[in-house]
Design a protein around this ligand. Structure first.
Ligand SMILES: [Zn+2]
Length: 433
């Protein structure tokens, strides 16, 4: 059902208390925001969320792997072993009959937890993932038409044959790196997604494959239709050591991507836990985005992202669940882990570390992530903004100066009383596990 008006407590700024008001929506966009109470309307398109319900932008996840949604919780392995023993078999299954079910599960779990936009990875299968992005774009059989950036993973070594097969055969089927973007649904004419180029990480990509990805990205920039790049950088120390063996002539890990033109202002670099000052400087110069994945970093004992280094170098930061290394698709729990990582650093290695407030963390998973993904009309309650919204109904006793902290630290999907995606009120999604 299309929503025309939503009444409730408007969370215009997470650092301030929400105020009563209403939002008017047309064609999936916010066209008016007004403070104050209004007379109750019985119009079916007017949503009254209740006196203590908070209207806020839906959450955005800046890094996750949809095919890994069923692989959460395989603990005790280092990144590279975990990939070989847990993740690559799961990704092979995605390409061998599992994609449809796993896609529904991933989108369903995101919607359940209030995530209505994401940047993510698929697998290295071309046809299967072309079908997956068509489903993402038209919402067929999925619980919602999320906003998305997603790409086929490029990889041509150090993984099982079914996952490297297509890129090894690339000479016969250029260009293999991206998949084409489907048409928007006829009903709205609005696109919700874009495809990205996702070289998995330097270990699983030869120089030839990285070069091919870089050429494709450069062509897109030069033709005026730039494309996002998603990859992983400096997640664990064992990964760093292997990259040094594979690319002995590069001064550092970041330079491997830069040498191939893969650091642009639309590049999302997952993790970035172990960077030198020189690498931070290079990322700043290229205006690329680092994506902090705090739950995943702890799960794989990979490292602690240095928010201070990012701030000191003026590098943009996104926040991602990185499912399945991250054990939780719920962005409020990832935002909480962002605070906890900063506190851990402050207690141990960096006494002067900046610790985000709950309001900072909340802003990061909404407006901050929208900005990181280049969605300047998302993650905020502003006129012209996208009507991807949540109504949250916490206990009335939470409505004090600690509201945002209470929401983050007591997070449950039960707090969500309504989800509005592209101006449409969604049915309560079925819980899946
Ligand atoms: Zn990842």
């Amino acid at each position: 059902m299309q929503i025309h008006e939503i009444h409730g407590l408007l969370l215009l700024d997470p650092a301030k208390r929400p105020e009563p008001g209403f939002i008017r929506v047309e064609d999936g966009r916010i066209v008016e925001i007004q403070p104050g109470e209004r007379r109750r309307s019985e119009d079916a398109g007017v949503l009254h969320t209740g006196a203590s319900s908070i209207i806020c932008p839906a959450f955005i996840d800046a890094h996750l792997h949809l095919p890994q949604i069923g692989s959460i919780g395989a603990d005790g392995l280092e990144l590279l072993d975990w990939l070989q023993r847990v993740i690559y078999p799961a990704e092979a299954w995605w390409g061998n009959g599992g994609a449809s079910h796993l896609l529904e599960l991933a989108v369903g779990n995101m919607v359940d937890q209030g995530t209505l936009g994401f940047a993510g990875y698929l697998t290295s299968h071309g046809e299967v993932n072309a079908a997956a992005v068509r489903r993402l774009e038209n919402g067929a059989g999925l619980p919602g038409r999320l906003r998305w950036i997603a790409g086929r993973v490029a990889m041509d070594r150090e993984a099982p044959e079914p996952l490297v097969r297509e890129d090894l055969a690339r000479a016969e089927c250029r260009p293999p790196v991206p998949i084409s973007l489907p048409d928007p649904p006829a009903e709205t004419g609005r696109r919700r997604g874009s495809v990205s180029v996702n070289p998995r990480f330097a270990i699983s990509c030869t120089d030839e494959l990285l070069a091919e990805a870089g050429w494709f990205v450069r062509d897109r920039v030069e033709s005026g239709s730039p494309i996002h790049v998603q990859t992983h950088l400096a997640e664990s120390l064992a990964e760093l050591a292997r990259v040094r063996e594979l690319f002995p002539d590069d001064p550092n890990y970041t330079s491997v991507y830069d040498r191939h033109g893969l650091l642009t202002d639309q590049t999302l670099l997952g993790h970035c836990n172990h960077l030198t000052a020189e690498e931070w400087g290079l990322i700043a110069e290229r205006r690329s985005v680092t994506v902090h994945c705090p739950t995943a970093n702890v799960f794989l004992v990979a490292g602690l992202f240095d928010l201070d280094a990012a701030r000191d170098h003026g590098v943009r930061v996104g926040l991602g669940s990185d499912v399945a290394a991250g054990a939780d698709v719920a962005m409020p729990r990832v935002a909480r882990a962002m605070i906890e990582t900063a506190k851990l650093r402050k207690m141990t290695i960096a006494p002067n570390a900046w610790v985000p407030t709950p309001a900072d963390a909340w802003a990061q998973m909404t407006k901050g992530n929208a900005d990181a993904l280049g969605w300047n009309d998302a993650g905020r309650l502003e006129i012209g903004g996208a009507a991807d919204l949540l109504a949250l109904t916490p206990p009335a006793s939470w409505l004090d100066e600690h509201l945002i902290g209470r929401l983050l630290y007591n997070w449950s999907a039960e707090l969500i009383s309504a989800r509005i995606v592209d101006g449409e009120l969604m049915d309560e999604p079925a819980r899946q596990c």
